[in-house]
Ligand binder design. Structure first.
Ligand SMILES: *[C@@H]1O[C@H](CO)[C@@H](O)[C@H](O)[C@H]1NC(C)=O
Ligand SMILES: *[C@@H]1O[C@H](CO)[C@@H](O)[C@H](O)[C@H]1NC(C)=O
Ligand SMILES: *[C@@H]1O[C@H](CO)[C@@H](O)[C@H](O)[C@H]1NC(C)=O
Ligand SMILES: *[C@@H]1O[C@H](CO)[C@@H](O)[C@H](O)[C@H]1NC(C)=O
Ligand SMILES: *[C@@H]1O[C@H](CO)[C@@H](O)[C@H](O)[C@H]1NC(C)=O
Ligand SMILES: *[C@@H]1O[C@H](CO)[C@@H](O)[C@H](O)[C@H]1NC(C)=O
Ligand SMILES: *[C@@H]1O[C@H](CO)[C@@H](O)[C@H](O)[C@H]1NC(C)=O
Ligand SMILES: *[C@@H]1O[C@H](CO)[C@@H](O)[C@H](O)[C@H]1NC(C)=O
Ligand SMILES: *[C@@H]1O[C@H](CO)[C@@H](O)[C@H](O)[C@H]1NC(C)=O
Ligand SMILES: *[C@@H]1O[C@H](CO)[C@@H](O)[C@H](O)[C@H]1NC(C)=O
Ligand SMILES: *[C@@H]1O[C@H](CO)[C@@H](O)[C@H](O)[C@H]1NC(C)=O
Length: 648
């Protein structure tokens, strides 16, 4: 390798020809006069020689049996037979880009995207004054962007995205006055956006997300009066967005998500940004109000300002008929008062609305009935962690494409509307930690795609409906902290997909049904603080994925079934405050992952095992079992137990 790189150029040419001979090139080529098209041919052969692999075979056509203007990917000008375009995207090319490409002096288009080319961008590209399009997107190119590219004064498109380019973006690139689109997406570029980019007077798209670009967004960018796309997300930008940028009336998409930008949005935002389709401010440090003028940006499709510190009421959004994504979550929006959500009524004309995210704010008030008239295309509704009260609008059953409804951590009251059973696409329904009441409607059983149902921490009562057994791909069923009564519904234990089943803190009575053994995927079972009784059914031994078993505070009794010994993945077992009896099983010593074992306040007897988890007094709790003896207890087993205990 070193040899080839350091050898004189004429020797390199011979190497090229040596290789090309084997593909049938006449040797005379080396001695031909330097006619322009001969130069191009040699440059193409040098390009071929520098690519080490060509598994897709495109370059096998690059042989002497046809003129180079007919080679795959090569386009020549009609009259002069000079190469004007080299288009070899998606050809699985590996190796490097030959510097001799700089000899294709008529080249207008170099399209090498979606290959696996590596090494650096040859600075010789700067010798292509006619180059209009350069795309090296989606390769493995390293090193810096050569400053010489700034000499390609005809460049219209420069796409270097999806590579491993490092170093700074050189200020010299600001001289490419015809440049309309530039992309540096997903590289390792650092340093600042050069202020000279304000000179790129033709620029329409400046795309540089997913780099390590730091510093401020230069004020000079505000001079780019044709700019439509400014994408700088996932970088290390600080400071504010210069007000000059909010003045660019051609702007269609502004995305600066995941930086450390701060500041307020200008009050006339929607008046200047009349063409705006996408505003992405996600996860920055923006403060202040959402400007009322946002409603004038009537072309907006995505309004994503989540993860900031915006405050105040959300203004009406009635003109945003094209709105698809409204992401307001993780801010300080809302006043906690009535009327906070009235802006939602203004969204009923947004017929393409798919996602509404308001979670983690201070929204108060009721969810307006007009939600029922939202776009039929809505598939996500995130309102959790607010101060919303009132009931779920009954018309929610109209939104038949809903896949996720998250209303947890609010102050909702009332019943779950029966019409929820119409939401055939629903996968996630989380209503936990509200003040809902009533029975669970049996129509929930119609939701055959439901995978997560969270109703914890409400005032639901009655029996757990047997229809839930029809939700056969349910993974999470959390019904804890309600007033459910009756026995554990057997049908629910037929849902073999269940991973988490939490029935704790209700008033459930009866036995733990033997059907528990159907839950072969169960990882967590919590039936703590109910009124259950009887023994642990031995079928539990088939729940071999169980990690967490919480049964405390019931009236369970009897000895622990031997089948429990099959549950070797156990991490936590809490059987405290029951009436379990017999010896503490020795197999617990060999459970490799067991971190917590609480057997307190039962009726266990005999000696406590001594190895495994039992060696660690901070992991085992056995207080309140008067017939137990062992190291943790006042009764050491080597000392004779008091007579009354021995007799029992
Ligand atoms: C490319 O041009 C340079 C400088 O004119 C020359 O030295 C070199 O031989 C050329 N390469 C090819 C492959 O013709
Ligand atoms: C040269 O290219 C032509 C056209 O693609 C092809 O049919 C032929 O097999 C190639 N010859 C060699 C020796 O690779
Ligand atoms: C990148 O190129 C590979 C082929 O080399 C292709 O499979 C992949 O889809 C491309 N990635 C993108 C984001 O275009
Ligand atoms: C380009 O921009 C820089 C910084 O904004 C400025 O100093 C310089 O004069 C401009 N150059 C040209 C050629 O316009
Ligand atoms: C915005 O544009 C107006 C008119 O084009 C101009 O008067 C004003 O100075 C500009 N503001 C900024 C901050 O560039
Ligand atoms: C902005 O929208 C408001 C309310 O829809 C309207 O009254 C006003 O005329 C609009 N302003 C501009 C500049 O379009
Ligand atoms: C929806 O559009 C209709 C027809 O343009 C209009 O009458 C109605 O006021 C609009 N509703 C909202 C909430 O903007
Ligand atoms: C829903 O829209 C229909 C038709 O525009 C209207 O009659 C009805 O009052 C609306 N319902 C709600 C709850 O806003
Ligand atoms: C639920 O499904 C049952 C049939 O299983 C059907 O009779 C009932 O109408 C459905 N309810 C709702 C609210 O869709
Ligand atoms: C063990 O269970 C008892 C009774 O439920 C409880 O008071 C105690 O805090 C538990 N110990 C631990 C460490 O969880
Ligand atoms: C505890 O279980 C034993 C049988 O092991 C039973 O005789 C006793 O009545 C139970 N105690 C309570 C309080 O349920």
């Amino acid at each position: 390798m070193d040899l080839i790189l350091s050898c004189p150029f004429h020797l390199f040419i011979h190497l090229v020809l040596f290789f090309s001979l084997s593909s049938g090139f006449p040797h005379v080529a080396a001695h031909s006069p330097h006619a322009g098209n001969e130069t191009d041919k040699l440059a193409l052969l040098a390009f071929k020689a520098a690519t080490t692999g060509n598994p897709s075979g495109a370059l096998t056509s690059w042989n002497a049996s046809i003129h180079f203007c007919q080679w795959v990917g090569v386009t020549c000008g009609r009259q002069h037979q000079r190469v004007i375009a080299l288009n070899l995207h998606d050809q699985k090319l590996t190796g490097s880009i030959s510097p001799h490409i700089g000899n294709l002096s008529f080249l207008r288009e170099l399209q090498l995207s979606n290959n696996s080319l590596s090494h650096k961008i040859p600075p010789e590209l700067g010798r292509l004054p006619r180059l209009q399009m350069l795309s090296l997107s989606n390769n493995s190119i390293t090193g810096e962007i050569p400053t010489n590219i700034s000499a390609c004064l005809d460049l219209v498109t420069l796409d270097l995205s999806l590579n491993e380019l490092a170093g700074k973006i050189h200020m010299e690139l600001g001289s490419l006055s015809k440049l309309q689109k530039v992309s540096f997406r997903r590289n390792n570029l650092v340093g600042e956006v050069p202020s000279t980019f304000g000179n790129l007077s033709s620029l329409q798209k400046l795309i540089a997300p997913e780099n390590g670009i730091s510093g401020n967004i230069p004020d000079e960018l505000g001079r780019l009066t044709k700019l439509q796309v400014l994408a700088l997300e996932v970088n290390r930008l600080v400071g504010t967005i210069p007000s000059s940028i909010f003045n660019i009336s051609s702007m269609v998409a502004l995305n600066v998500a995941l930086n450390q930008l701060r500041g307020w949005l200008p009050s006339d935002l929607g008046v200047t940004f009349t063409k705006l389709e996408f505003l992405g401010l996600t996860e920055n440090l923006f403060t202040g109000y959402i400007p009322i003028s946002i409603a004038n940006a009537s072309k907006i499709q995505r309004l994503c300002i989540d993860g900031n510190k915006f405050t105040g009421k959300v203004p009406p959004l009635e003109n945003l008929h094209d709105l698809q994504w409204l992401c307001l979550e993780d801010n300080q929006l809302g006043t906690g008062e009535v009327g906070d959500l009235s802006f939602l009524s203004s969204l009923t004309n947004a017929t393409n609305l798919v996602s509404v995210g308001l979670r983690n704010n201070s929204f108060g008030g009721k969810l307006p009935e007009s939600v029922s008239n939202f776009s039929i295309n809505l598939y996500e509704l995130f309102l959790d962690n607010n101060k919303i009260f009132g009931s779920i609008p009954t018309g929610i059953g109209n939104l038949v494409k809903l896949q996720r409804i998250e209303l947890w951590e609010n102050q909702f009251t009332g019943n779950i509307p029966i019409d929820i059973g119409k939401l055939q696409e629903l996968q996630i329904l989380r209503l936990s930690n509200n003040k809902f009441s009533g029975n669970i409607p049996s129509s929930l059983g119609n939701l055959s795609l439901l995978s997560k149902l969270g109703l914890s921490g409400n005032n639901f009562y009655g029996r757990i409906p047997s229809s839930l057994g029809k939700c056969q791909i349910l993974e999470e069923l959390n019904l804890d902290r309600n007033n459910f009564s009756g026995t554990i519904t057997r049908e629910v234990l037929s849902i073999s997909s269940l991973l988490h089943l939490n029935l704790s803190q209700n008033h459930l009575t009866g036995f733990l049904p033997v059907e528990i053994g159907n839950l072969k995927n169960l990882e967590e079972l919590d039936v703590s603080n109910d009124m259950l009784s009887g023994e642990i059914p031995s079928t539990i031994g088939t729940c071999v994925k169980l990690r967490l078993l919480y049964m405390k505070g019931n009236n369970f009794q009897g000895i622990l079934p031997f089948s429990l010994s099959y549950l070797r993945g156990m991490e936590e077992i809490d059987l405290s405050v029951n009436n379990f009896s017999g010896k503490v099983p020795e197999y617990l010593e060999s459970f490799p992952f067991l971190q917590k074992l609480n057997l307190s306040l039962n009726d266990f007897e005999g000696a406590i095992p001594e190895s495994g988890i039992f060696m660690n007094a901070t992991k085992v709790f056995v207080e309140g079992n008067p017939k137990l003896c062992g190291v943790y207890l006042s009764y050491n087993c080597t000392v004779a137990l008091p007579k009354d205990l021995l007799l029992t």
